[in-house]
Design a protein around this ligand. Structure first.
Ligand SMILES: Cc1ncc(COP(=O)(O)O)c(C=O)c1O
Length: 305
């Protein structure tokens, strides 16, 4: 009877987490056509009327496929109104808040009850450094604190006994753990936040550059505008074929062939139920010339099909 809401563009980790939490399957709220963002209106009312128990919304800040951003401020208002927990999946997109363009996102992220963020994505860290930030850390302690379990082994002492020291055992399900945060801390200390800001802005610039090239080329078609350094597009078949299955197969075969060259990774995804090519331009070592060369490779590969 518990209800968690997300869109069909949420990452597969969302249904997995909801299942593990014992809340069944998330309700897939339709997205606004063309925008891939959540339209929660009416859904919660209908569920309450049906005697169900809405309790959380998972909104995405930077969907995996197209980098779309759910309307966080609207959703936060809905959540406050209905007393729902708002979780933001910012695994990819939260880093955007570092950039000048992403300034407004800082306020949006601040409305979450919890936020996931993967420094191993747009903060360029080695796998893996996924983390969750929670507005009220006392809730974590109330859930995970070792002392909560009333075992009296006399061996491990609750954190309170250690002068306020942070004990990660008390903040999550994992007990023995490595110091994953060290690499994030070390690279921030070494390069400074400004270097990360510049690198994020570079990724945004590259996706704008790619979109302009695609829009200007008759052999290519943009299928979603760049959002958080992700964009999608397709090759137009050289024989003018408009058959959707043929056009979809072309994208897949171009992606496979480009990948096989080892020069670039342009994977496919689905947008409005069609196969499209997807570029994610966050590598700070990539240059505009690399983008041009990749698009040229895509075009030549499509020509050869
Ligand atoms: C929006 C989003 N959320 C979550 C994930 C899961 O990432 P990971 O398993 O690397 O933490 C991804 C991965 O692509 C993602 O794009």
């Amino acid at each position: 009877r518990l209800r968690v809401y997300c869109t069909d563009q949420a990452n597969s980790c969302v249904p997995k987490a909801v299942r593990v939490a014992g809340a069944g399957e998330p309700v897939l709220v339709p997205t606004v056509p063309g925008a891939h963002v959540m339209d929660l209106a009416a859904q919660v009312d209908a569920d309450l009327a049906a005697g169900l128990r809405p309790f959380a919304v998972v909104a995405t800040v930077g969907t995996t496929s197209t980098g779309a951003v759910d309307p966080v401020t609207d959703l936060a208002r809905h959540c406050r109104r209905y007393g729902l927990w708002l979780h933001l999946d910012g695994a990819h997109g939260a880093a955007f808040a570092l950039s000048a363009r992403g300034h407004d996102m800082r306020e949006a992220l601040g409305q979450a009850d919890s936020l996931t963020f993967d420094p191993h994505k747009w903060l360029f860290q080695p796998y893996e450094t996924g983390c969750v930030l929670v507005r009220d850390p006392e809730l974590l302690k109330a859930t995970f604190r070792m002392a909560r379990h009333h075992l009296d082994t006399g061996y491990l002492h609750p954190a309170e006994a250690r002068h306020g020291e942070v004990n990660f055992d008390d903040l999550g399900p994992q007990q023995s753990r490595g110091l994953r945060a060290l690499k994030v801390w070390l690279s921030l200390k070494t390069f400074g936040a400004a270097a990360f800001r510049r690198a994020v802005e570079h990724g945004l610039h590259l996706s704008d550059h790619a979109a302009a090239r695609i829009a200007a080329h008759p052999g290519l078609e943009l299928t979603s505008t760049p959002s958080l350094a992700i964009l999608t597009f397709r090759c137009r078949p050289t024989d003018g074929s408009a058959d959707p299955a043929t056009v979809d197969r072309l994208q897949q075969s171009v992606s496979d062939a480009v990948r096989a060259t080892g020069q670039a990774l342009v994977l496919t995804t689905r947008v409005r139920n069609r196969t499209v090519l997807r570029m994610c331009t966050i590598n700070p070592a990539t240059t505009p010339a690399d983008i041009d060369a990749t698009l040229e490779l895509v075009l030549q590969t499509a020509l050869a099909r």
